[in-house]
Design a protein around this ligand. Structure first.
Ligand code: ATP
Length: 252
């Protein structure tokens, strides 16, 4: 569905990505992990058309690098931004309807979009219960569900999630990730940026590791979960004898 080749992204004269190649296949869930500042958000924003880039981005067989952000969204390549960015003063349902505007053009008459709304409410029953509530009064987890639901309103052909677990309690993250897996299993390919590397590797099929604007490792997520370098750098496990504090304890 998505094939990126040799992507170089810029903020003015600053180069933030230095030649990224990455693919997401039909039905796949692909994770993108890396430290703060590695360039994960820049990559998603480059794909969405909001950061200047050169190279090639093919989506469903079409080159989209020079397309405007709005037309990329209308093609069904939809991004849920880091920090959710729901509209605080709109109700849950109004926030969802905004997603239809982004994806399909202006269709905001009452009663329209009921099919899309029902589909989102089926995935997130809590949003249905709270559909008249103002978004600011929702919990962080509910706001994240709302941000994902808003993207689903545009009927994505590929969904990009930027740090969905950010700032959420572990139990909420668990519930949210069950929903993300459900959405993927319904046939929507997902490219997910996530700081929680262990969780991202558990739920995804494949993963890429980004360091300072370059892909430094890629492969099946199950393999990366066992890779000593990945374990040490991203999963908090010290694998060398020197650094392993539990081994030091044993020696003492
Ligand atoms: P985080 O996990 O903290 O969100 P990230 O991996 O998503 O980090 P980016 O936000 O993509 O990283 O940043 C990549 C690099 O680009 C960093 O060096 C950052 O300082 C720089 N950068 C990001 N946004 C801008 C901007 N608007 N103008 C200039 N430089 C930027």
């Amino acid at each position: 569905m998505l094939k990126i080749e040799n992507l170089v992204s810029h903020y003015g004269s600053i180069e933030a990505l230095h030649g990224i190649s990455l693919q997401v296949g039909k039905g796949e869930m692909v994770a993108l992990i890396g430290a703060n500042g590695a360039g994960k958000t820049t990559l998603l924003n480059s794909i969405s058309g909001t950061v200047t880039a050169r190279g090639s981005i093919e989506f469903a067989g079409k080159e989209i690098l020079r397309e405007k952000a709005a037309s990329i969204a209308r093609m069904g390549l939809l991004q849920v931004p880091e920090g959710r960015h729901v509209f605080p003063g709109l109700t849950v349902e109004e926030n969802l309807l905004v997603g239809t505007v982004a994806g399909k053009g202006l269709r905001l008459r009452p009663g329209d979009n009921s099919k899309e709304l029902e589909m989102v409410y089926e995935t997130f029953p809590r949003l249905k219960e709270r559909r008249q509530q103002l978004a600011w009064s929702m919990s962080g987890g509910e706001q994240q569900m709302l941000a994902i639901g808003r993207a689903l309103m545009g009927q994505p052909k590929l969904l990009m999630l930027d740090e969905p677990s950010m700032g959420l309690a572990p139990i909420v993250v668990e519930e949210l990730f069950e929903k993300i897996v459900e959405i993927n299993q319904s046939g929507v390919p997902i490219l997910m940026v996530e700081q929680n590397a262990r969780l991202a590797l558990k739920v995804s099929n494949r993963a890429y590791i980004l360091e300072r604007g370059r892909i430094t490792a890629e492969g099946a997520s199950a393999d990366l979960l066992q890779d000593p370098k990945v374990l040490e750098a991203y999963l908090g496990k010290m694998v060398s004898g020197k650094k392993d504090s539990s081994k030091r304890e044993e020696k003492r």
